[in-house]
Design a protein around this ligand. Structure first.
Ligand code: GUN
Ligand code: FE
Length: 429
């Protein structure tokens, strides 16, 4: 049996390779009807073009429905330390992150926080994410179990690290291999879940650990690879000191064959020319995390360069270095990062990165990202105005582009009215 929803709809019909192409792919249907069946999109039509309206319609007129937001980089175990004061990356990890992640040896804690975390994603309209766990296999076990119950399309992995962190968070390369393999066998490709090999970053990885990651990638070529790259100048210098035999930071990953179409590198703020080229040549992707980059004072991501270089990017909140789960607010901060570099991030481009573009960066664009027939039915029902100020500003907007831009600059979680996953309303304000 089909579900029919009447509302306004906005999405992108296809992948864009240049920012100028995005507008041509954008589709806005002011009065439309979305048909769903068995968790999939059947069709999206203008209401007026229907020969015979469906017998039962969920009437959401006045709301704007967009594809579910895709968060391409987030740490679920850092939820409870979001907004930790005063430090930049390396000191922030030691002072705040590692103590909090140490709690995830406890399966009950991991289960409680997994449930909380997924509710935060849904409350913010995020239906898919690429997620860091902790070093403990039970952290990811708990997250996958909770996501499976919600039928979410999620990619996650346990952190792999064997040096430069407190003993309680370290493992041997052999243990890391065995625990990761067991999780891949159990969860990768189960329902809508996928596994990402997750070495934290080069400084917490010995050459022996990186070899284990490489072996796993060779053994399981369709799993994802998720790590951090070139976030902070002090970090970049540390990697060069730790790996003098390598030609820079990315080369540490690249020489272990960890670049590629399903490789996602968070941040990429201080890349050298040859590193941009390597990301392009290997078809690797980047997670741009504006609120985190500003909060930790890490730097400004060069969006223009990523287009010029033909490197896929998605948006990441990077909670808990990022300061919100909310994609609208994250897009607003991305705009400001652009402004500081004379790059004008349009609402069209911003929403593209948050939906189909993010799906493309994760190599999930055949499953999610727009309302194409056959895609999985993940979407957000937005309430375009939830305060007197938003109402005034929206009423004073000339077209959909201005309304979307206002949502980026003034919007937040109050604008998320409902979140649908796999054809079901799983969250309502
Ligand atoms: N680099 C290594 N670990 C982390 C982390 O947890 N957060 C951020 N933002 N960067 C990292
Ligand atoms: Fe991160």
């Amino acid at each position: 049996t089909q579900t029919a929803i009447r509302a306004s709809f906005f999405d992108f019909s296809d992948i864009a390779h240049q920012p100028e192409a995005i507008m041509a792919q954008a589709r806005y249907i002011e009065d439309g009807v979305l048909l769903l069946e068995a968790g999939r999109i059947v069709a999206l039509h203008p209401w007026a073009s229907l020969a015979s309206p469906p017998a039962e319609v969920i009437d959401l007129r006045g709301r704007l429905i967009v594809p579910g937001f895709v968060d391409t980089h987030i740490h679920y175990p850092q939820t409870e330390m979001i907004g930790a004061y005063g430090e930049q990356l390396l000191q922030w990890l030691d002072q705040y992150t590692f103590p909090v992640e140490s709690q995830y040896h406890c399966a009950d804690h991991a289960a409680a926080m997994s449930a909380f975390f997924l509710q935060q994603l849904l409350a913010n309209g995020t239906t898919s994410a690429l997620v860091f766990g902790t070093v403990h296999p039970q952290s990811v076990e708990a997250l996958f179990s909770a996501a499976e119950a919600l039928e979410m399309r999620l990619i996650a992995g346990k952190v792999m690290m064997d040096r430069h962190a407190p003993d309680a968070l370290l493992e041997t390369p052999e243990q890391s291999y065995a625990d990761t393999q067991a999780l891949i066998e159990r969860w990768h490709g189960r329902g809508r879940l996928s596994y990402a090999l997750t070495p934290r970053f080069a400084p917490t990885s010995s050459p022996a650990l990186l070899e284990k990651v490489q072996q796993l990638r060779q053994r399981y070529p369709d799993v994802w690879l998720h790590t951090h790259l070139s976030e902070n100048p002090e970090e970049v210098a540390w990697v060069k000191a730790l790996f003098p035999q390598h030609d820079g930071y990315l080369d540490v990953y690249h020489r272990h064959q960890l670049t590629g179409r399903r490789s996602l590198f968070a941040h990429c703020l201080h890349l050298e020319e040859k590193e941009w080229q390597c990301l392009h040549d290997t078809d690797s992707a980047i997670a741009f995390c504006p609120t985190s980059n500003l909060f930790l004072g890490s730097g400004l991501f060069n969006l223009k360069r990523s287009w010029q270089q033909g490197v896929r990017i998605g948006i990441g909140t990077d909670v808990g270095a990022g300061t919100t789960f909310n994609m609208l607010q994250t897009l607003g901060e991305a705009y400001k990062v652009g402004q500081l570099q004379q790059y004008r991030l349009s609402a069209a481009e911003a929403f593209y990165h948050a939906t189909l573009g993010g799906a493309h960066a994760l190599d999930l664009h055949h499953h999610i990202g727009n309302f194409a027939p056959g895609k999985e039915a993940d979407f957000v029902v937005l309430d375009p105005a939830v305060s007197p100020l938003q109402r005034l500003r929206i009423d004073n907007s000339k077209d959909i582009w201005e309304r979307l831009f206002v949502l980026m600059t003034l919007g937040d979680d109050r604008n998320i009215a409902q979140t649908w996953v796999n054809g079901r309303a799983v969250w309502q304000r």
